[in-house]
Design a protein around this ligand. Sequence first.
Ligand SMILES: Cc1cc2nc3c(=O)[nH]c(=O)nc-3n(C[C@H](O)[C@H](O)[C@H](O)COP(=O)(O)OP(=O)(O)OC[C@H]3O[C@@H](n4cnc5c(N)ncnc54)[C@H](O)[C@@H]3O)c2cc1C
Length: 417
Amino acid sequence: MQIVIIGNSIGAVSAIREIRKWDQQSSITVISREVLDQKTPYYSPVVLPYYIEGVLSKENLFSIRYEFYKSMNVDLKLGERVIAVEPDEKVVVTEKSRYRYDKLLIASGASPRILDIPGARNKRVYVLRTYEDAEKIKSDESDEVVIIGGGPVGVESAIALLKSKKKLTIIEIAPYILSTVFSRRVSEMIESQLVEKGIEILKDEEPIEITGNPVKSVKTNKRKIKCSSVIMGVGVVPNTDFVKDVLKLGPRNGIIVDEKMQTSEPDIYACGDCVELKSAIDGSIRPFPVWPNAQETGKVAGANIVGQEMIYEGGIRVNALNVFEKVYFSIGNVHDESKLGKMIERDGILEFYYFEGEKLIGAEIIGDVKYVGLIKHLIRRNIRIDLDRFKGLSDFFPFTAPLSIPHKAQERVHLWS
Ligand SMILES: Cc1cc2nc3c(=O)[nH]c(=O)nc-3n(C[C@H](O)[C@H](O)[C@H](O)COP(=O)(O)OP(=O)(O)OC[C@H]3O[C@@H](n4cnc5c(N)ncnc54)[C@H](O)[C@@H]3O)c2cc1C
């Protein structure tokens, strides 16, 4: 069988690992548009901020080497952009060639959204998604940087640039930063840490124009902020243009997949940030553009491609953010204050649990990440919890020590590869 995979990030790698568990015979061709060194063809976007900060070397950023692809017997086509898929012919078309497939996996991820405002594509307006983006931000010598968007990418970019003593301003359109990830309460804890380090945060404010080419200022609905570069971190859009006429897409342009990661075409599978799938919590169909979902859906797609039935039990948003040695972890639905069922403070760890009746729907934990798997399991399996007797998850495992995301950048690379 000829298996073709579009993309070479965590969704793809996770699928390759699963495919080769069951099938040594099929050919696997991976096509990726990024031009990278063939000897070090993989990095995780998650750790790019550490590279910008300078705590992760270029050598250590590229965490999976050519030997991996060789051992998995993968034919790697780097620097080739896919421009179309022809399901009737079972062919993938790139700018350079055509590849026949029996089974196709689309793991093309997502790209940064660009705001539709004047100046958004001017010189020194950066985004952060790829190694090339990180290099541009790292080598920029501006003293004053405006970061548009106070989401995880905006906040991590600001933290990464702190050491370089630049004047940093984050503009956030919502009433509080990280509003898609944390509750207002937790977001404000993070905000006070950032402000203490000198980052200016403007909330409830909308950027309306970037002036100068190269950049000179950002105009908002309230003021004009002088700066010489901008980082735009306002969410992502799925990379699905090349299949928009042949596969069923959802309202946010993600590829619609079933629980086996099969698309509307039976021999085409998709995984990761380019898909929209069912939420494990409320059944709504939407993207879950986070690393653990890309890793899990890649594995499910890989298994089903080689005929090993595996089911994905539904998307759950999971985010962990390291803010100066403190880890903030959030999972599921944490935005409805009225659903906050329990708050526990113990041994320096702060836990917030959100419930719908007896069902856990979300949690925020400050200082510990070891319960990620357990919370996911409780949410997905609809396990009933007696709120009166519930004393937090550490009650189930009283002897385990708190677990944080490792502080050393190098250890984090292993976590996210
Ligand atoms: C700075 C940053 C920090 C992040 N931090 C976190 C975090 O803390 N926690 C978390 O869970 N997630 C985080 N994420 C998100 C995480 O990186 C993504 O969810 C994950 O990388 C998605 O993996 P993927 O395989 O679906 O796609 P991607 O990583 O987007 O990779 C897509 C691949 O497809 C290729 N491709 C795209 N289009 C084409 C085409 N037309 N032809 C050929 N190849 C193509 C690309 O070159 C790439 O190889 C972060 C992202 C960034 C940028």
